[in-house]
Design a protein around this ligand. Structure first.
Ligand SMILES: [Zn+2]
Length: 233
């Protein structure tokens, strides 16, 4: 059965007006009702690490991977308690040089500043069974970099997170969904087991584990659009 890999960014009250990337901010009430929908549909929410055997066809069952890009503090505050209530796990893709910092890569694009989780919060996240994944050191456009710098962004972020948090980091997420074949190769060589893009669709056994498609959940998705992302495509 194909596995939906849901991609969230911020879980917060969306900014008013026409702020850029406002669609990436999902209201906490909407997030709660989406998790309820998964439960109602008999779908278990899992971190990418735990969902991979289902993606690869080694295990069968109704599951969805839940992933959060950029490690926002508002995910810790607003999504973590809901995940706990529902008995779900999730993956948090951390920008390793912005632990306790913020979305500095977004601010030049006109996105409002948002804080990222601290080391302490990441420790708590992982102590509850949730996954820590890497989203590079600095949220870079990997295909724009030379090979040495791309390798550094991919492999040093893994080392930094593993040393700081004493966890194994096996999942990677390409910032902006930007990647070329060399980047997938560098991710594999750095010791990860899976990487996600922003290509749309559900993940299947024949997919490249270093180029997995996802379904981005947006601010104004209706419940029907959300359910469709989970069961079709
Ligand atoms: Zn990102």
């Amino acid at each position: 059965m194909p596995v939906p890999i849901l991609a969230y960014h911020q879980i917060a009250v969306p900014p008013s007006g026409r702020a850029p990337f406002r669609s990436m901010v999902v209201h906490p009430d909407a997030f709660r009702s989406q998790m309820k929908w998964l439960k109602r549909l008999g779908i278990q929410g899992l971190s990418l690490r735990e969902a991979m055997p289902y993606v690869m066809g080694a295990k069968t069952g109704k599951v969805a991977a839940i992933t959060f890009d950029d490690s926002y503090l508002n995910v810790y505050e607003n999504a973590l308690p809901v995940l706990q209530e529902h008995g779900f796990t999730a993956t948090n893709f951390v920008v390793a040089n912005q632990i306790g910092g913020g979305n500095v890569w977004d601010v030049p694009l006109g996105v409002g500043p948002a804080a990222c989780m601290s080391e302490e919060q990441l420790r708590h996240w992982s102590s509850l069974g949730h996954e820590i994944g890497s989203h590079t050191l600095d949220h870079v456009h990997l295909p724009h970099l030379d090979e040495g710098e791309a390798r550094r962004q991919i492999s040093q972020s893994r080392g930094l997170l593993e040393d700081m948090l004493a966890v194994e980091v096996s999942s990677f997420c390409f910032p902006y969904g930007d990647e070329k074949p060399l980047d997938r190769k560098l991710v594999r060589e750095a010791g990860y087991s899976a990487a996600t893009t922003t290509q749309r669709g559900r993940a299947r056994p024949h997919d490249d584990p270093f180029g997995l498609p996802r379904a981005t959940v947006r601010r104004n998705d209706t419940w029907l659009q959300f359910v469709r992302k989970c069961v079709s495509g």
